[in-house]
Write a protein that binds this ligand. Structure first.
Ligand SMILES: NC(=O)c1ccc[n+]([C@@H]2O[C@H](COP(=O)([O-])OP(=O)(O)OC[C@H]3O[C@@H](n4cnc5c(N)ncnc54)[C@H](OP(=O)(O)O)[C@@H]3O)[C@@H](O)[C@H]2O)c1
Length: 98
């Protein structure tokens, strides 16, 4: 690490963010969006999710999808796993600030 930001393009790579619709999760997702990553944002509130999807698309995400899932419940965890597997895309990383 030399202290500089990594700006390599992330086009073609897919990342899932739990807690990705606000705060530090959305900030991190937006940083990857600027580099062209495709993003799945997880959270409970659909309006907040829709706003976050619009924000990361605006920042340059190749694709952005919201999945409503309360990760304190087994049903929510199941929905998240289903969304990550949707379309049989290879998930490069699952980022979880929360
Ligand atoms: N901000 C910082 O500088 C900082 C520093 C160190 C550590 N942290 C830690 O990092 C975590 C996030 O902090 P933050 O300030 O970014 O929080 P935040 O602004 O409150 O964002 C929390 C995110 O998590 C989602 N979320 C909350 N409960 C959830 C649940 N049960 N299931 C699914 N999604 C859920 C929220 O969406 P919904 O409400 O729509 O579900 C939102 O997307 C916290 O644990 C905090 O203690 C933060």
């Amino acid at each position: 690490m030399d202290g500089t930001h990594d700006e390599r393009p992330l086009r073609g790579l897919n990342f899932a963010f739990s807690g990705g619709t606000a705060g530090i999760g959305l900030a991190a997702a937006t940083a990857l969006a600027r580099r062209g990553a495709a993003l799945l944002l997880l959270g409970r509130d659909r309006d907040r999710g829709d706003r976050a999807v619009a924000a990361v698309r605006e920042a340059g995400a190749a694709e952005a999808v919201f999945c409503a899932a309360d990760l304190t419940t087994m049903a929510g965890v199941g929905r998240a796993i289903e969304a990550i597997g949707a379309g049989a895309r290879r998930c490069t990383g699952w980022c979880t600030p929360r």
